[in-house]
Design a protein around this ligand. Structure first.
Ligand code: HEC
Length: 78
């Protein structure tokens, strides 16, 4: 995640350009397909709003599945 610049826009416990990982974990707590939804977010480069303009979210498409799973479960366990 450090290599892909995730921490430029996200921190664990405070909002930066993007939501804090702890907030993301809280939002998905109790949602049965949380894993699937985060995998989608992280592999399909959805359009996001950043400071008044739109751009594509960084995509992790193509990284090994085990790594993607590790990222998703790390975020969801914040
Ligand atoms: C250029 C800034 C930027 C970078 C780099 C970035 N993000 Fe984001 N991310 C955002 C913004 C802004 C949002 C909020 C999007 C929205 O809610 O529309 C977001 C949302 C998210 C979400 C929440 C999705 C949801 O459904 O609520 C997750 C998880 C996430 N990012 C993970 C990552 C990971 C992992 C990386 C590194 C691979 C990363 N982000 C890199 C800006 C960034």
């Amino acid at each position: 995640m450090r290599k892909r610049g995730c921490f430029k826009c996200h921190a664990v416990d405070r909002t930066k350009v993007g939501p804090a990982y702890r907030e993301v974990a809280a939002k998905y707590r109790g949602i049965p397909d949380a894993d699937e939804r985060l995998r989608l977010h992280l592999t399909t480069a959805p359009r996001i709003r950043i400071e008044g303009h739109e751009e594509e979210h960084v995509s992790l498409a193509g990284i090994p599945d085990a790594d993607l799973r590790a990222v998703v479960s790390w975020i969801l366990s914040r």
